[in-house]
Each structure stands twice: as structure tokens, then as C-alpha cells.
Design a protein around this ligand. Structure first.
Ligand SMILES: C[S@@+](CC[C@H](N)C(=O)[O-])C[C@H]1O[C@@H](n2cnc3c(N)ncnc32)[C@H](O)[C@@H]1O
Length: 951
């Protein structure tokens, strides 16, 4: 949104399009469509990787970082394949209008009238025209794009798809393999069809034959697809068998569903099948013995505590148990039955094989190296990666691997090296993708009647109701997964036929100049790891160990190490520093320092690789201010200055938007150029502080005026862009003592300024600044988040803006409580002592530690305490008593009380009980008494102030 001309360097555009105004609204809508449609970029469907960016946002970053000067909105959108072909102009308005129109029953593509842009490539003529413009601007050559932390490579792939030379680097071997397939083999080797499917069939047939004995069945015409798998432990008290199942559902459908009904006899359990609608009286499928993490014994009723249950799993003191089976009939119907003895025999046979087959003993025996506590499989006794499989799953993995190895020499002898390697790579991705659906870490999903994939929550937690997926079966088995992978590969081929492959490297991005020439890159698009959000390397070992078995001889440069590289990974993982942390430096500080220095090294490498005047666009998404602080420090220390910033939506949020739908989170694109020489002059913080606040205010106001679709919370994050830009311009910034001011200080100022703008815009009640800080914070929290649950870091920052340290007041006021990583705002029911009990001599006095607000007080420390007490008295004792209570405290003419009441009426959600009582309090006889001016408030249920969030 902010602009700055930058360089007069020869052969480098003075400004590029990303440094000027862009049709952000339309691109946001398109990015959101891309995420919602479920029709992802084919690089995504090739294999699991983390943190994909939507194609429209990626295309914008690639094209606008090299396109000279300003770009006409229609031209840009057309080039990005956004909008219907037949429309010549007004594409942005068209997209925005379609967004607000009621959607019919068809697909998103039907509604918008054009296909998802990620499925569309530019035409030859468009590429030629683009290349002409770029050559002219970049000194006769096409600009080269670099992605130093490429992940699976959507950024460099889109670059080559538009005919631009690209370099892609990635540290982690798992996405490196995707890069090889999609960015090297797809353009270079091209289609592998139909040969690859023939090899796939051979591998499948051989493995299937060897797997069959482990899936015995009474009815040979039935094919076992998935089995619901649990653990049986012995009760601490009576020794009876307890299956660790919390819900007995196998599948849910519109009539009810399929359930397993356990029969507990003489300390042993067996399973029977029933439709839920006709299950026996007294049976509730929602009530299994597992209650949270503990288990109730079905024989003696004793609760086996969490520690005991976990210890049994950890020490392998359990038996695997199949409690339900999903099968396919000869006519192709999917049905369910209960687990039976034959299933147990199949599992036992596999266990015997694992014990006795020498070759299997070392298969996948690499140690689990995961330090994040909640996610660590070793806390469930899984010390080696092979332990994440049941014996049967392990045998299945092994048989597929053996079969692949059997055909490898034939593949090698029939094709040239590159084609053979491409075939082996895509076949390995197929096997690795199949494994993603067949481990003890996959959850049984009763809503669908089969198992989830491994990383529904980006962690490695053991699932007590998991899935055994028969990979030799047609549905959800190896054939299905390999078809998916092969189809994705072939689609990628169709996008980049005749294009130059990318230059792919698998290395630490802090070491790029050992591989590539300085000055060999014109634009770097960086999508760095998200600070502490995803521990890529820890999570990906699970794929690495299996891929290494398959491909160590094919790609020795990728599979050289025992496990993935965690030391060089640019993430902030406190657990890795637990052992060296001390009183001086906490593990969080050390993790933060590691991330910052790693990112600084990466940016410094990019800086060296960039040609003079080259552009770097960084995409960054994070809600925590610390993450922004660290990233910006790294960027500036590496010698960049920020030339423009844009807020853009690139992530599906896990938060729920106002209207109950998931909304997209904002990222910021920070555009940076090489600072030729860093300014030696230091800027005094006091001199720049006002400008920084103003930059944030201006950005917030510009966003609000433009109708840009963004939530109130994301407005604050969007304002980080210009704030950081201003900070970088003035860098180094110091206080009067000469101490350096970190970006964090500037961001705090920005947040405070934006909170002020939001309060001015959306709060009609005057005088909010007159009430105490705590009450103001409470009101602003409701105003901005429209919800009682708020991410802790944001609530804390909002506290800074309102001048209250929320940690300090937590215990004494009980105004918020912790809820995971969030805080929860409390209401009167959690804070106010019971007035009836207080008045009664015989009753025990309510605990003032638990409920800090005493409604019999005549004066209150905080305005919110008075209002919460008034609401409590009204609800507990009725309108008359409330009238008396208010008049005893002379609240009629209390301006602060009035401001707090009216502001709360404005910000509380329509459905909140607190608001309902407040409405009563300002109506009827208490209302007559208080005589509050409510003319600026819409008192109807719907009359809530809302920013036009477009979620
Ligand atoms: C946000 S993701 C990139 C996602 C990518 N844009 C995509 O669409 O798949 C960041 C990537 O940085 C990689 N990474 C972390 N540290 C690295 C390092 N030192 N060198 C190179 N890559 C690194 C991670 O493995 C991860 O794949």
C-alpha cells in the first residue's frame, strides 16, 4: 500500500509492480477460493507438505516482483487467469461483486463463471508478451527468480510456468523430493504415463499376494478396506480387559450409523455389530470406557488414571485390537462389521513375522528425534520410527518396499537414467503417500467411516482409536494413492511442457553462495518458516525414513543423513534448547535467537545472490509480535530496506469468524531491496515514534475506508507493514541512552494506534478513555475479537495498548482465564460472589479468592466490577433489588458506570447472556432510575456494531 521508488541501477526497473498499488481485494477473494475449493495446486496433491500458499497470492508475488513500474489491474488479473475470458475490463469489480452475490448450489467455478486459476496456465502469446516486457526492463535478460526456502515449490513452479528462470532450494529432503519431481522431472522428462502405471501394477500385484495372508476373511468375496484399531489394557484393580475406545461409532449416516457393541464377560471383551438405530437398550455408542485420557473399567467400575493408562501404552503392556471393520462387498457396497477372531489372527501372524524375519528387524529402525513434548511419539513408547506401525502395518510397508526393490533393476535397465529416476521418484511418492494413511497416529473418523491422514493437526500424537488401512485393497489403498500421485504429476507436466526446469538444490539456505553465483538472481520470493508454528523437520522424519529406504541409491545427495536436519532448520523450537537453557537465558530466548540468526544468515545469502537493485519479497504470516520482531530484525541486519508492504490473505484461519465461518488470516508481503550502504546516522526513538504511530493509523484508516475485506484483528497486523517500513527507513533507532530500540517497540506503538482507530470507528460511546484501564481493556477485547476467546499474545498486546499488564491482574481480578493458548474473558458468573449467601448469616461465605468481586461493597476498584455486580444482583434478586442496589451506590449520576454500560451494550455479542441482562438493566424501573442516554445504541438483538467482515 505504501510506495517508494528505489534505484537507478542499469538494467533494473526503478520500481516494480509490487511496490505500487495492487488489486488486493480481488486477489484475496481468489486466494480464499483457492483454499476453500479443495482443488489445490497439483504440487500439493503430489505429496503431503506443510504450509502451502494459495496460487493467486504466489502468482502475485512472482509476477509483481519483476514486472516493471505499475501494472494495470485488469492486465495483472488477466495474466493471473482471474476473471472470465470474455470480460475486457473491470475484472476486480467483477470478482468483488461475485463475492458478495448469493451463491447457488453449483461449484465455486460455476458461481464465478471461470475455472480455478491454479488449473489455468498463461497462453503462449501471454508468455511471449510478458517476457518481452521483462527483458526490456531487466537489461535484455529474463529476471531469475529464487526461492531459498521453497518447501514443495509452488513459488518457483509458478515462475517456470510463466516462462521465468527459477532457482529452488530447500533444506528438508521430503519437500526436496517433491521439487525434484515437479520442478525438474515434470518439465525435463515429461509424461511417464502409461509406463508408470504398468510398473505400479506390477509392484501392487506382488505386494498384494504377499499381504493377503495377513488379512484372513471368512467371506472371500468381501474385501477388507479399513479396520478400526484400539488398545486393550488390563484394569489396575480387577485385571479385566479394557478397550481404549471412547466412542463405539464406526460410521455415521443419515439414518444413524454403524456401531460396535462390546460384550464384557468374565473380564474379557468381544465385539458385536449393530446399526445404531437398533442397538440394544441401554447401549450408548458415545460412552466407551475411555474418558478423556483415563479409562473406566467396564467390569469393576474403577477409573484407571491417565498416568497408568499412558504407562501401559509406553511399556507395551497392551494388545492391539480390531473393534470394527469396513469392507467392500462383491457388488462394490461399503459395509461394516465388528472385529472378530480372524482379524486377531491376521494381526498375530504379522506380529510373529516381525519377531522372526531377520530382514524386518532393522526396517525403519531410525530413532524418533522429536523434542516437542505434546507431539513426541516416544512418550508413548515409540522409540523408533517402525514403532508407529502395528506389526501388520509394518509388514505391509515392508512388502511394498520389497516389491519396489524387486522391479527397480528392471526399471533401471529399460530406461535412460533420468527417466528411470523420475519413475522411481514418483513411485516412491506414491508409497510414501499411502503410508500417510496407515499408522498408529491416524485417527479413526466415525463421521466418514474410515481413517484420517497423518497430519490433521500437524502433530505426532498417538491415537487410541486409529486405523489399519489395507493398502492392497482398491479403495484408499496403494492403487488409489498412486493414481492420485501419478495424476498430479501428469497435470504438472501439462503445465510446464516446453518450459525450462528449475535449478533445484537441497541445502541449507544459509549456504547458498557455495552453490550459486553471487548476482545470479534478480528477484527472491521468500516464504520463510513461520517462527514457532510448524516444526517441519520433526514432523517429516516419518516420511523421510521410508523414502530413504526406497531412494537412497537414486538420490544419495538428498538421503545422506540418518534423519532430517533439525540443527540448521530456521524455526524457533524452545524444546531443542531445554538442556542448555539457564537462569540467564530461557529456552524461549535461545529458540528466538536461533531463528533470528538463521533467518539473518539466509537473508544475507539472498542479499549476495541478488543482482544490484534486485528485489526480495517476503511473505510472512504470524499473529505473534515476537515473530515479526525477530523476522524484521533479521531482514534489516542482513542489509535490506523495506520499500513496500501489502496485507494479503493466504491462510485458512482456525478461528471462527463472526458469522460462524472460518476466515482467512492475513499475511504481509514485505518488499525489500538491497540497501547499498547502511545509513550510519542513528535516529532517536522519540523523534520517530509519532511518525510510526501515524503510519499505522494511516494504514488502518486506509483499509477501513477502502472497504478492503479484513477483520478487525487483521487490520492491526496489516498495520505492521508500514510500521516496519518506517522503522527500517530510520534504522538504527535508539533511545536517549543510545540503546537500540527493537522493532517490537514500534509494533507495540502500531497496535496501540490501530486500537485507537478501531475504537473511534466502531465505538459510538464517548469517554472510553476516562474509565479505568482494566475495564477499557475488557471492552476493547470484546470490540476487536467479538468473542470471549482470544489468543494470549494478542490479549497481552491489547493490554499494553490499554495500559494494563494482563498477567499482573489475572489472579486478583479473575477477569480472564487460560484456555490452551488462548485466554477466555470471564463474565459476572465467574467473578461475583453470591449476594444471597453473603447476606445470609447461616451460609458459608463465598470464596473471595475464587470470586474476587463482592457485590455488597459500596465502591469498586474497577468500573467493570460495578457493572458485573449490578448484572449479578439483577439476575439473582430481580429488578426491584437491583434498583435499590444502584440507588444505594448513587450510580445514576456516575459517568464512568454509564460509559462502561453503554460501551458493553455496543460490543457484547447479541447472543450473550451478559448483554441480555444489561438490556434489562437499562430498561424498566432500573432503566428509569439510571436514565442512561442510549440514543446511539441499537438495542435490538441484531443491532450489533460490526466491521463488514466478509467471512
Ligand atoms: C513456509 S515453508 C515454505 C512453503 C512453500 N512456499 C510451499 O508452498 O510449499 C518454509 C520452508 O522452509 C524450509 N526451511 C527451514 N529452514 C531452512 C533452511 N535453513 N534452509 C532451507 N530451507 C529451510 C522448511 O523445511 C519449509 O519447507
Amino acid at each position: 500500500m505504501s510506495e517508494q521508488s528505489f534505484t537507478d541501477e542499469e538494467g533494473v526497473p526503478d520500481t516494480v509492480a509490487i511496490e505500487s498499488k495492487l488489486p488486493l481485494n480481488a486477489i484475496d477473494i481468489e486466494s480464499q477460493k483457492d483454499m476453500e475449493s479443495g482443488r489445490y495446486h497439483s504440487l500439493r496433491s503430489l505429496h503431503k507438505w506443510f504450509a502451502a500458499r494459495p496460487t493467486p497470492a504466489v502468482r502475485l508475488a512472482v509476477l509483481a516482483s519483476v514486472y516493471p513500474g505499475e501494472i494495470d489491474s485488469d492486465e495483472l488479473l488477466r495474466l493471473m487467469k482471474i476473471g472470465p475470458k470474455e470480460l475486457d475490463s473491470g475484472l476486480a469489480e467483477f470478482v468483488e461483486n461475485k463475492f458478495t452475490e448469493e451463491k447457488g448450489s453449483g461449484t465455486l467455478d460455476d458461481h464465478y463463471g471461470y475455472p480455478n486459476p491454479n488449473t489455468q496456465s498463461p497462453t503462449k502469446a501471454e508468455i511471449e508478451k510478458l517476457q518481452g516486457t521483462l527483458r526490456e526492463a531487466w537489461g535484455g535478460e529474463l529476471p531469475t527468480i529464487l526461492d531459498p526456502t521453497a518447501g514443495r515449490g509452488i513459488i518457483p513452479f509458478e515462475a517456470i510456468r510463466y516462462g521465468l528462470p527459477a532457482k529452488a532450494n530447500e533444506l528438508n529432503p521430503v519437500p526436496s523430493l517433491i521439487l525434484k519431481a515437479g520442478l525438474e522431472y515434470a518439465p525435463k522428462v515429461g509424461s511417464l504415463d502409461p509406463d508408470i502405471r504398468e510398473w505400479r501394477d506390477k509392484i501392487h500385484e506382488t505386494a498384494k499376494e504377499n499381504i493377503e495372508p495377513y488379512y484372513p476373511t471368512e467371506e472371500p468375496d468381501r474385501q477388507i478396506l479399513n479396520s478400526a484399531l484400539t488398545y486393550i489394557i488390563q484394569c489396575d484393580s480387577c485385571g479385566g480387559e479394557i478397550p481404549l475406545v471412547s466412542k463405539w461409532w464406526l460410521n455415521k449416516d443419515s439414518d444413524g450409523g454403524d456401531v460396535t457393541v462390546p460384550v464384557y464377560e468374565d473380564g474379557a471383551v468381544r465385539y458385536t455389530y449393530s446399526r445404531a438405530e437398533s442397538s440394544p437398550d441401554g447401549f450408548d455408542p458415545d460412552e466407551g470406557p475411555l474418558r478423556g485420557e483415563s479409562a473406566e473399567c467396564p467390569y469393576c467400575g474403577v477409573i484407571n488414571q491417565q498416568e497408568s493408562v499412558q504407562q501401559k501404552i509406553k511399556s507395551q503392556d497392551f494388545e492391539f485390537s480390531i473393534y470394527g471393520v469396513n469392507y467392500e462387498t462383491a457388488t462394490g457396497e461399503r459395509k461394516y462389521r465388528a472385529g472378530n477372531e480372524l482379524d486377531e489372527q491376521g494381526m498375530a501372524k504379522a506380529a510373529e513375522r516381525v519377531e522372526s524375519d531377520f530382514d524386518l528387524l532393522t526396517f525403519l529402525s531410525e530413532p524418533v528425534d522429536v523434542s516437542s513434548r505434546i507431539s513426541d511419539p516416544s512418550s508413548y513408547g515409540m522409540e523408533e520410527w517402525r514403532d508407529i506401525f502395528t506389526p501388520r502395518q509394518l509388514v505391509v510397508q515392508y512388502e511394498f518396499y520389497k516389491s519396489f526393490e524387486q522391479f527397480k533393476p528392471e526399471i533401471r535397465s529399460e530406461y535412460d537414467d533420468e527417466t528411470a529416476n523420475a519413475l522411481l521418484t514418483v513411485l516412491t511418492l506414491s508409497a510414501s503417500r499411502s503410508m500417510n494413511y496407515n499408522t498408529r497416529l491416524n485417527q479413526w473418523r466415525d463421521l466418514f467411516g474410515y481413517g484420517s491422514h497423518l497430519f490433521t493437526d500437524n502433530n505426532l500424537i498417538l491415537k487410541k482409536m486409529s486405523v489399519d488401512n489395507n493398502l492392497s485393497a482398491p479403495r484408499r489403498g496403494y492403487r488409489k494413492h498412486s493414481d492420485h500421485v501419478i495424476d498430479s504429476y501428469e497435470t504438472l507436466v501439462s503445465y510446464v511442457t516446453d518450459m525450462e526446469p528449475a535449478d533445484v538444490l537441497s541445502s541449507d539456505a544459509a549456504d547458498l553462495t557455495s552453490h550459486w553465483e553471487p548476482g545470479s538472481v534478480d528477484a527472491a520470493i521468500v516464504d520463510p518458516p513461520y517462527y514457532s508454528s510448524i516444526m517441519y523437520a520433526e514432523l517429516s522424519d516419518v516420511f523421510y525414513v521410508i523414502q530413504k529406504e526406497y531412494l537412497e541409491d537414486v538420490h544419495p545427495e538428498i538421503y545422506g543423513s540418518n534423519l532430517t536436519d533439525k540443527d540448521n532448520e530456521a524455526v524457533a523450537n524452545p524444546y531443542r534448547f531445554e538442556e542448555i537453557a539457564d537462569d540467564e537465558q530461557s529456552k524461549d530466548d535461545l529458540a528466538d535467537q536461533h531463528y533470528e540468526s538463521k533467518m539473518e544468515e539466509i537473508f544475507a545469502e539472498v542479499q549476495e545472490l541478488l543482482s544490484p537493485g534486485g528485489v526480495m519479497t517476503v511473505m510472512f504470516t504470524h499473529r505473534e509480535m515476537d515473530a515479526w520482531d525477530t523476522l524484521t530484525s533479521a531482514l534489516i541486519s542482513a542489509g535490506f530496506t523495506i520499500t513496500a508492504t501489502h496485507p494479503i490473505k493466504t491462510e485458512m484461519s482456525d478461528r471462527i469468524g463472526v458469522q460462524g465461518k472460518a476466515s482467512a488470516d492475513s499475511s504481509i508481503f514485505l518488499v525489500a531491496r538491497k540497501e547499498e550502504a547502511q545509513s550510519p546516522s542513528r535516529t532517536l526513538w522519540e523523534e520517530v515514534q509519532d511518525d510510526i504511530r501515524q503510519a499505522a493509523r494511516d494504514q488502518a484508516e486506509e483499509i477501513l475506508d477502502s472497504g478492503y475485506n479484513i477483520s478487525k484483528t487483521d487490520t492491526a497486523i496489516a498495520a505492521y507493514g508500514p510500521t516496519l517500513q518506517k522503522y527500517a527507513e530510520e534504522y538504527p533507532v535508539v533511545n536517549k541512552k543510545g540503546e537500540e530500540i527493537r522493532p517490537r517497540e514500534a509494533l507495540s506503538q502500531a497496535r496501540e494506534a490501530v486500537t485507537g482507530v478501531l475504537a473511534e470507528r466502531f465505538l459510538k460511546t464517548d469517554g472510553i478513555e476516562q474509565i479505568d484501564s482494566l475495564s477499557r481493556w475488557y471492552i476493547l477485547s470484546w470490540l476487536i475479537y467479538e468473542n470471549d476467546t482470544i489468543p494470549y499474545d494478542e490479549a497481552r498486546q491489547l493490554g499494553v495498548a490499554a495500559n494494563v499488564d494482563i498477567d499482573n491482574i489475572k489472579r486478583s481480578t479473575k477477569i480472564w482465564g487460560k484456555s490452551g493458548k488462548d485466554i477466555q474473558l470471564k463474565d459476572h458468573t465467574d467473578r461475583v460472589q453470591d449476594i444471597v449467601m453473603l447476606k445470609s448469616d447461616s451460609a458459608d461465605n463465598p470464596s473471595s479468592r475464587k470470586y474476587p468481586v463482592n457485590p455488597t461493597d459500596t465502591r469498586f476498584t474497577y468500573n467493570i466490577d460495578a457493572v458485573h455486580s449490578a448484572i449479578h444482583v439483577y439476575e439473582r434478586e430481580g429488578a426491584r433489588a437491583a434498583w435499590q442496589w444502584l440507588s444505594d451506590r448513587n450510580l445514576k449520576s456516575n459517568r464512568e458506570f454509564e460509559v462502561t454500560v453503554t460501551a458493553l451494550l455496543e460490543v457484547l455479542p447479541a447472543e450473550s447472556d451478559m448483554r441480555e441482562t444489561l438490556v434489562n438493566l437499562v430498561s424498566g424501573e432500573t432503566g428509569d432510575y439510571l436514565d442512561i442516554n442510549l440514543s446511539h445504541i441499537d438495542m435490538t438483538k441484531e443491532g450489533q456494531t460490526e466491521l463488514s467482515d466478509h467471512q
